[in-house]
Structures are given as structure tokens and as C-alpha cells.
Design a protein around this ligand. Structure first.
Ligand SMILES: [Zn+2]
Ligand SMILES: [Zn+2]
Length: 425
């Protein structure tokens, strides 16, 4: 909601006066009247109005509000400013918004998504809840001019800048990933996948090491192969697996809920054995992969126990019948979908190459440590180790950041659900 600067303002609902500075706790009337109201009072007012309508007229077939807890859940959904944190992939909905061609594309995408789910064995998305149906009354009328107080949707959130930034990132990410996916499908997907895999491998491994990994005299030859469909088929199976599997493996690291099966275990060890000629790269890579696989084993149990400790309210978006015990704390509050993985992987590589080139290279201790591991290290191996370290650092940073965001989000949900649960009005 908008913050306002006033010396003295009075809430027209609870009549409380305040003389503060900027405040996220207040709403300015967008109808033009010079009135102020607390955000939380507005949410309660909306609840009271809907409760009155519900008590007097019951519910219609469209809204299907059968109980008071359901009415409360709907209200939380309607006013939740960060409800996109929970949204399932819903690529079709994003595309539907594009004028003229959106509807046709959306239908095409629905079929495509079903095909991808079947191929990659992604379980069907959770049964739809009725939350999207909303409430019969979703805006509050101004007491003076009787127009709606806000021009758009009435929404509530805390003043956390981190959550705000993440919300913007998520919206941008959905659109960016949608366009990337369209480009991918428009050109030959198989060929593009190969190109992306090769590009990502080049970001981590300098040419001479990549030649050892893929067992070729020059990787330029692979670029020529990608120009034709038959060319890719000429690439030996092991090389193809290493190149095509790399993006998938990374996506699996970022979103453990992606069901990649044995691929997640086979890929890293294939990569490690491919690096056997370079002692130092082999050591650092196997150490990182060991930590990653250990973390993926420990994280779910840790996440579930954190959820029990930190999440004192049941999030409104989990329907009472849902069985969501298996989700970890961060996954429950910030859901990553396979669409998010596209932007996350891109961002991960941008950031880690920045850190590797600008930060790690200028720290002499790192070079000294690498020399201690192997005194005969070549400059290319040194760069490779720095890249690997940078990726490790960015992944750790991402986990910490996500935990912090999930924690803030849990506090936000607690506040919102308390406002609605409060029966003082
Ligand atoms: Zn108030
Ligand atoms: Zn007004």
C-alpha cells in the first residue's frame, strides 16, 4: 500500500491519531479525498463487510464459501500482496495476457506442459483450491465520495524491502523465462539445448580443460556439429550426456523438488571422472559435489524441523486437506518452479562469473591455496578452480538469501492471518 507523508493523520475506522513520518502502515485514498486509514483496519473492514453479506445472503455457486475459516482464507488470498510467491508455474496464464495471440498460444502451451510433465515425470500440479474465486466484495468504498478507495486491487504487505524486491524479481522472471522458452521452441529445441549446455560448460571450464573433459582436440568442432540435426547424432553418447545433462543437473541443484531421478547422482560422477587428468580441478570439483550431495540429503530433514519451529501458523494457501508435510520451510513459503530455474540458472552464472573475475582473482590467498594443492597448476586450471569456487559461493548465498526471505514471509503471513483472525470488530 502507499506510504504517505503527513504531520498528523487519523484513521477513519479506529479513530486512532498518529503523527509519524513515512509509514507503510497507512493507506492514502486514491479517490482524492483527504482521508487516511490503517491498512490493517481496511483489511478488517473488508472482512466485516464480506462476513455481513455471507451471513445475510449465504454464498453463491461461484464463490462456494462454505465455512467461516474458508471466508478467512479467501480474504487472506485477496489482500495478500505477495501471493505470487506461492503461485504454481502457470505459464499459460502469463501468455494469455498477450494481446491478439495470447489465447491460442495459451491453449498450445497447456498441451505442451502436459507433454513435458509426462516426459519428465513431473507429478501433476496440486489440486486447485478455490482461492482464486475470491470474495463477493473486494474493495472498500470511501465513506465520503462512495468510490473505491484504491484504483486497483486492495493489497496488504509488510514493509520488508527484501520481500518487495523478490516479488518484483519473480514477476520479471516469469516473463523473461516465458520469452526464453518461446525462443527455445521456435528454433530447434534439441539444437538449442545442446548450445546452451556447451555455453554453460564453457562458462565454468576454460577451453583446455573442456577439451580433456569432452575428450576432443577442439570444442569448436562441436559448434559445427550443432548446426545440423544429424551432426548432434554424430557426437558420442558420453559427450552428449555431459553437454545435454549440464543444464538439467544445475536446475536440479537449484530446485530439489524437480524430479530428475538418478540423473542427479549419475551426472556429477561422470563429470568428475571426465576431469581425472587435472588433479586440482578433480579435487575441488569432487569436494564441491560431495558437499552438494550431502546437503541435498540433510536439507529436507533440516527444512522440515525448521518449519515446525518457525511456522507457528498454518499458511492460508494450504487447504485443510492438503498433505504438505514433505515440503521444507523455504519450499513451503517460496515455491520454485521449473520456469524459475531458467532465470535462476542465468543469474547464477552471471553472478558467479562476476565474482570469479572481479573478486576471487584479486585475492592472492586463493591462488596460494591452489598452488599448495598442486604446485604444477596451469593458469587455466587456476581460472577453472576460481569459477567452481564462485559457483559454490553463489549457491550458498542463494540458500541463505532464500532462508532469510522465507523467514520474513513467515512473519508476514503470521501478521496477516492474525489481522483476519482478530474478532474485535
Ligand atoms: Zn485504524
Ligand atoms: Zn473519497
Amino acid at each position: 500500500m502507499n506510504f504517505i507523508y503527513r504531520k498528523k493523520y487519523t484513521c477513519w475506522i479506529c479513530l486512532e491519531e498518529s503523527d509519524g513520518l513515512f509509514s507503510f502502515a497507512w493507506t492514502r485514498h486514491e479517490c482524492g479525498c483527504s482521508l487516511q486509514v490503517h491498512n490493517k483496519c481496511l483489511v478488517r473492514w473488508l472482512f466485516a463487510t464480506n462476513l455481513r453479506v455471507w451471513n445475510e445472503c449465504g454464498t453463491s455457486d461461484f464463490y462456494r464459501i462454505r465455512s467461516l475459516p474458508e471466508l478467512k482464507r479467501r480474504l487472506c488470498y485477496v489482500v495478500d500482496g505477495h501471493r505470487n510467491f506461492q503461485s504454481e508455474v502457470n505459464l499459460a496464464e502469463t501468455v494469455q495476457g498477450i494481446p491478439a495471440v495470447g489465447q491460442t498460444w495459451a491453449a498450445f502451451l497447456c498441451i505442451l506442459e502436459m507433454a513435458v510433465r509426462v516426459l519428465l515425470r513431473i507429478p501433476p500440479s496440486e489440486p486447485q483450491t478455490d482461492l482464486w474465486r475470491g470474495l463477493p466484495i473486494e474493495s472498500v468504498a470511501c465513506p465520503q465520495c462512495k468510490k473505491s478507495i484504491t484504483k486497483g486491487r486492495l493489497y496488504w504487505h509488510t514493509s520488508s524491502l527484501g520481500l518487495h524486491a523478490y516479488s518484483i524479481y519473480r514477476s520479471v522472471s516469469t516473463y523473461a523465462a516465458t520469452f526464453a522458452l518461446f525462443w527455445f521452441l521456435y528454433s530447434n529445441p534439441w539444437k538449442q539445448w545442446f548450445k546452451v549446455g556447451l555455453y554453460l560448460l564453457r562458462q565454468v571450464f576454460p577451453e583446455s580443460i573442456l577439451q580433456q573433459i569432452l575428450d576432443v582436440s577442439t570444442t569448436r568442432a562441436l559448434d559445427v556439429y550443432t548446426d545440423s540435426m544429424n551432426g548432434i547424432e554424430c557426437v558420442p553418447a558420453r559427450q552428449r550426456f555431459l553437454i545435454l545433462g549440464f543444464p538439467l543437473y544445475l536446475a536440479g541443484l537449484l530446485s530439489p523438488s524437480l524430479p530428475l531421478g538418478y540423473m542427479q547422482q549419475i551426472y556429477p560422477w561422470t563429470l568428475v571422472t571426465a576431469c581425472r587428468n587435472s588433479k586440482v580441478v578433480l579435487r575441488v570439483l569432487s569436494m564441491e559435489l560431495f558437499i552438494a550431495s550431502l546437503y541435498s540429503k540433510v536439507a529436507p530433514a533440516l527444512g522440515r524441523s525448521l518449519k515446525k519451529k518457525l511456522l507457528s501458523v498454518r499458511p492460508y494457501f494450504n487447504s485443510p486437506k492438503d498433505f504438505t508435510e514433505h515440503r521444507t520451510f523455504t519450499e513451503e513459503l517460496l515455491r520454485t518452479t521449473w520456469l524459475d530455474c531458467i532465470t535462476d540458472v542465468t543469474l547464477l552464472f552471471r553472478m558467479s562469473s562476476f565474482i570469479s573475475n572481479n573478486v576471487l582473482q584479486s585475492i592472492p590467498i586463493i591462488t596460494r591455496l591452489i598452488l599448495k594443492l598442486d604446485p604444477t597448476v596451469s593458469p587455466n586450471e587456476c581460472i577453472c578452480v576460481q569459477n567452481l569456487l564462485a559457483i559454490g559461493i553463489v549457491c550458498c548465498g542463494r540458500e541463505v538469501g532464500r532462508f532469510f526471505l522465507a523467514y520474513r514471509r513467515s512473519r508476514e503471513l503470521q501478521q496477516l492471518q492474525r489481522i483476519v483472525e482478530d474478532d474485535e470488530i
